[in-house]
Design a protein around this ligand. Structure first.
Ligand code: ATP
Ligand code: MG
Length: 140
């Protein structure tokens, strides 16, 4: 299996509840390595650009409002098969459908305030990592 990098975001519902350490413990315990990290407050424009793929969805406006409602932690995670592996540890989008032991089962509040984001393909991972980080910011 290939060593990959993926973009992970700890979302405002989780930073608000002081859960960044507990969430990252699940990622690290599963073998993923944090190789870059920034705690930031997204502007409306940044959030709209980041979630542009969802702009036609009914929940887009609400999603953007939520993503700028508090700080987020953007990070690059590295490991074997990291993109799919990270999404497995995150759990299903709706916490009601997430497996026990996943981040969303343990911590998410609902389908929108679901604590974490993860890239979903090699292409989106590259695009999303470069949205937040330059090469020099990533130290493996
Ligand atoms: P993410 O892209 O954040 O990793 P995902 O890939 O599991 O999550 P997407 O379908 O890409 O889910 O949706 C992006 C985000 O939009 C979700 O994580 C969630 O915060 C929000 N969202 C998705 N579906 C809904 C919905 N039906 N109602 C409200 N918000 C939603
Ligand atoms: Mg997604």
């Amino acid at each position: 299996m290939a060593i990959e990098r993926t973009l992970s975001i700890i979302k405002p519902d989780a930073t608000e509840r002081n859960l960044t350490g507990k969430i990252n413990a699940l990622f690290e315990d599963s073998g993923l390595r944090i190789v870059a990290q920034r705690r930031i407050r997204l502007s409306r424009e940044q959030a709209e650009t980041f979630y542009e793929v969802h702009k036609e969805r009914s929940f887009f406006g609400e999603l953007v409002d939520y993503m700028i409602s508090g700080p987020v932690v953007a990070q690059v995670l590295e490991g074997e098969n990291a993109i799919a592996h990270h999404r497995e540890i995150m759990g299903a989008t709706n916490p009601a459908n997430a497996e026990p032991g996943t981040v969303r089962k343990e911590f998410a509040l609902n389908v929108q305030e679901n604590s974490v984001h993860g890239s979903d393909s090699v292409e989106t991972a590259a695009k999303e990592i470069s949205f937040f980080f330059s090469d020099a910011d990533i130290v493996g």
